[in-house]
Design a binder for this molecule. Structure first.
Ligand SMILES: *Cc1c(COP(=O)(O)O)cnc(C)c1O
Length: 463
């Protein structure tokens, strides 16, 4: 039979490979023992025992030759490093905020902004929580309130902007507790916990309008704002012909500041920052960063790390880069859709989210279906994924009860510029194998539960 002709033209990664890192394969028996030793928690596996690592896109990026060259230009002065000034200039150029405070990673920025802006008894609305963000808000005495649209909690809703804020929910909260109890709304772009779903420009504009009239600030979680910009460009009317850089800057212009994990969009392995327009908040943040991170011109980072971040900003906004980044995630997701495996739709920006509630519908949420599914995929192929469900959601800070999130997901996260389409094929085939044998899978029980961010270190046993 002749080889079938393609029905469409293929795309390829807009880079070639200069350095390679060999992957290790393991036997099934080895993986059965490794996951048991790790307490059925993929966070506790040794990376050496992992074949394709799709645990997270955080700090797992491959840097470019341009970034590596920049590392050699690290100015490791304690104060006033030239890399800081370059980073500051690029942050102003690409994000458009006035002031920059570098931090060791995103949570360092979250800590500082939460401590400065939140008072005991305050409320912080947000378009779905993020683990570290909420933890810092609660530590500062605030209560997080979810104001994302209902569609975000429905894995089957095809809404193109599932990250949108529900303006009615926000208005109701303002009426209920009063604007003076709401220092800011925490807006994430994209929304990690909803499946990497974007917020639309129209929505953020409306949030700006509503909050301005009440004197409430907007702090953007800009961690994946470039990926969000790509979705605006491809899905929102009027933005088709705008550049990614222009869309990113417009998005930020409706907000008062941002916390940033450089380990995502910025194509580096470590780093983050806080950006803010308000001079007084900036002065306080500069004071605090010295106590918790490092001097205000390095914030816990080496000069070379700041240089790599600054250069990452230039690369992340390139159209061919972002197209292939999201294209690879779509490639994996579309394969699973074609095989009728339940995933969150539309496919998100940084990951494909498997609907564990549906796939393992015979396992109740208290027996941790997503945690179980991630362990099973690892045993099948050595592909590492992570739980995003009841374990990640943790316990209610007031009642101490388990939170029962509507979404019980396994996140298959794609590091930037690291794996090829062949790795995506192997991953998809492993997920299919586990899916076809799903009826035989049983749940887990938790045998160790840490007090904070339990998903990182919790341990489980097979029932
Ligand atoms: C990763 C992440 C953070 C925290 O950043 P770190 O660099 O890991 O501290 C905050 N918000 C979102 C949406 C993230 O994905």
């Amino acid at each position: 039979m002749p080889y079938p002709k393609p029905t469409r033209r293929s795309w390829a990664e807009p880079f070639k490979i200069k350095v390679v890192e060999p992957l290790k394969t393991t036997t099934r028996q080895h993986r059965v023992e490794a996951i048991e030793e790790a307490g059925y928690n993929t966070f506790l596996l040794r990376s050496e025992d992992v074949y394709i690592d799709l645990l997270t896109d955080s700090g797992t990026n491959a840097m470019s030759d341009y970034q590596w060259a920049g590392m050699m230009l690290g100015d490791e002065a304690y104060a006033g490093s030239k890399n800081f000034y370059y980073l500051e200039a690029n942050m102003q150029k690409y994000y458009g905020y006035k002031y920059l405070v570098p931090t060791h990673q995103g949570r360092g920025a979250e800590h500082i902004i939460s401590q400065i802006m939140i008072k005991q008894g305050d409320y912080i609305p947000g378009n779905m929580y993020f683990t570290t963000t909420r933890e810092h808000q609660e530590r500062a005495g605030g209560a997080f309130v979810d104001v994302i649209i209902d569609d975000a909690h429905d894995p089957e809703s095809p809404h193109p902007f599932k990250g949108n804020v529900d303006l009615q929910k926000l208005e109701d909260l303002i009426k209920k507790v009063g604007a003076n109890k709401i220092p800011y709304i925490s807006v994430a772009a994209t929304v990690n916990m909803a499946g990497g779903q974007p917020i639309s420009m129209e929505n953020i504009k409306a949030v700006r309008k509503l909050t301005s009239s009440h004197g409430i600030k907007i702090i953007l979680d800009a961690t994946r704002a470039v990926e969000n910009a790509y979705f605006i460009k491809t899905r929102e009317k009027g933005y088709e012909r705008k550049s990614i850089a222009a869309i990113l800057k417009e998005l930020c212009s409706y907000t008062d500041g941002a916390t940033m994990s450089g380990k995502k969009d910025l194509l580096v392995n470590i780093g983050g920052f806080l950006a803010i327009n308000d001079r007084e908040i900036f002065d306080e943040a500069r004071n605090m960063v010295v106590v918790f991170e490092g001097l205000h011109t390095y914030g816990g980072l080496a000069g070379r790390d700041m240089e790599a971040m600054a250069r990452g900003m230039e690369e992340m906004t390139k159209e061919d880069y972002i197209r292939s980044r999201i294209g690879q995630v779509e490639y994996l997701g579309q394969k699973l859709i074609d095989w009728e495996i339940p995933i969150v739709r539309p496919i998100g920006g940084h990951a494909v989210f498997l609907d564990a509630k549906k796939i393992l519908e015979h396992i109740p949420q208290d027996k941790f279906p997503a945690q179980t599914l991630a362990a099973e995929i690892y045993v099948d192929s050595g592909v590492r994924t992570m739980e995003r469900g009841i374990v990640s959601a943790g316990r209610d800070s007031k009642t101490g009860e388990n939170r029962h999130p509507k979404l019980e997901l396994v996140r298959v996260t794609i590091p930037r510029r690291v794996y090829t389409q062949a790795h995506m094929d192997v991953t998809a085939e492993s997920i299919l194998e586990v899916y076809e044998n799903r009826k035989k899978i049983r749940g887990l029980k938790m045998v160790y539960e840490p007090k904070h961010l339990r998903f990182f270190q919790a341990r489980f046993e097979k029932i």
